[in-house]
Ligand binder design. Sequence first.
Ligand code: SF4
Length: 464
Amino acid sequence: MSKTRPADYPRAAAATLRDTPEVRDAVTAATRTFDTHRRESWAQIDADRWRDWCRDVKEHVLTHLDDFLEQAETSLVANGVTVHWAERAEDALGILEHIVDAGRVRRVVKAKSMLTEELGVNAFLEGRGVHVRETDLGEYIIQLLGEPPSHIVGPAIHRSVDDCRRLFHDHFGTPLDATPEALAATARQALREEFLAADMGISGCNFLVAETGTLALIENEGNIRLSTSAPRVHVAFVGIEKLLPGMADLSGFLQITARAATGQPIGNYVSLIRGPRGSAESDGPEEVHVVLVDNGRTTLLADDVAREALRCVRCGACLNICPVYRQTGGHPYGFTYSGPIGAILAPALLGLEEAMPLPFASSLCGACADVCPVRIPIPDILLHWRERAVEAGLTPFVERMGVRAFGAAAGRPSTFSLAGGLLRYVPWALGGRALPVLGGWSAERTPPELSREPFHKHWKEGIE
Ligand code: SF4
């Protein structure tokens, strides 16, 4: 699959809708199911109070992030973990290379981790001749397909069961009418060999508890537990915003995250990792490394408005409810994080110019904010980035001129009245064709019939 950049979003989204309409069906069906489960699950608890509490805990952490990071490092080191700090992606990859070389690592199993996608870990290792195998079933499928994830939680939701049947038939010779259970069993068998042969397991981390140095990982398949315990070396990449103060906080976040993501009261498996295996233990890695990654996060923290995006727990609920994301899935966004959270993270992590036009890939309906378990005001942050884009001259020239002309006309009643009168003849002049300045909007919609009398005339008559 060719690499897409955010700048390609309009073209890539249009191509997805035109060339692979089945993607919209698959993504819409999957996200509706996720969202229905979230709704049912939240109805079982006082969700609004939980969401307020989660927002407050995360805000507390972000306000004292330096203190919590120091506390976390102290706790991790006391547990026998080696802690590394990475300011940029290349720093994180350099650290990984050093650990790989020191441990003579040739085979790696990976637990699902969006941060490692952000850093480009797989391509980096493969470029150095290291065999890397994703072990989450969805990630395994898209790795075999050569695609990036389409969703934060369900990386392969854009693919149908028939797609998987064909894929497994080509790779493993399974029948083209194999059941989903048979396909899963085939993957399990193949992955079992990978776990046993791996030198290193790489994971992300849902939460890092500062008080105890505990890495918490949520999953449903058991592959994270195997990836982090079977190989002799475990490397966890942790975004610096993933901190929680104490274990009591963790118990609340484990539940709200699972409920928001899939509607489960809690994930099937929750791994709490404190460090390498002890001398009296038979299982677990000999070495545990935690790489604390900034990669643009402290820049985001300094932004008074957009910093709230750092509360994100990567549950995917905003993607599931988003009417824009549902049309295409995540690939056209051209960024690791797609949907509403991707549209507000991209300007901070990539730079605003590189992220354009993702902050505009939203109808601003507000549904994302309604479902976010940590109450991130996503539409406000989208508007914030849009304002910054206008100030930086990053919006299309025609749009800027159009808004400027409207502002000039709206400021003078006589000009406004004249322009309004002339606009009524535009549909007639175009002979029913699309209005060029409205681009995709009028191309896909039948314009409403315009009133023969301008509004201000009706208004004037009404108040006289
Ligand atoms: S922004 Fe909110 S809803 Fe979206 S992934 Fe993050 S925590 Fe979940």
